[in-house]
Design a protein around this ligand. Structure first.
Ligand code: CUA
Length: 116
């Protein structure tokens, strides 16, 4: 398992530049920071059929990264880089939800994955 110092998330590549990066034909790397109480980036938009390699970490507390209706259901633990690969075969507008209680803003911690 890959590790990262939570204090250094903001300054350590790739997490100093969260975002979606194309790494092949319809293949992407999603670098995501889950923090109180948002995801960076907030929205990920990929084409139908895209394979996405998620890399997610947290600089503060344990968060979830679940995309209902898909196989993506990750626990994001400070100090660790959680990796998961998924392929999105259908057009959809998915929400990304935090399914680990993380504090007062937990309910509002939402992201979005658009497959178009
Ligand atoms: Cu983040 Cu709940």
């Amino acid at each position: 398992m890959k590790t990262i110092s939570p204090e250094a998330v903001r300054t350590t590549p790739p997490f100093d530049h969260p975002g979606l990066y194309q790494v092949g034909p319809n293949e992407y790397r999603a670098v995501v920071v889950a923090r109180m109480f948002m995801y960076q980036p907030t929205t990920l938009t990929v084409p139908v059929g895209a394979t996405v390699h998620f890399e997610v970490t947290s600089p503060d507390v344990v968060h979830g990264f679940e995309i209902p209706g898909t196989n993506v259901n990750l626990m994001v633990v400070p100090g660790h880089i959680t990796e998961y690969t998924a392929t999105f075969h259908n057009k959809a507008d998915h929400i990304i939800v935090c399914n680990e209680y993380c504090g007062s803003g937990h309910q509002a911690m939402l992201g979005r994955l658009v497959v178009k």
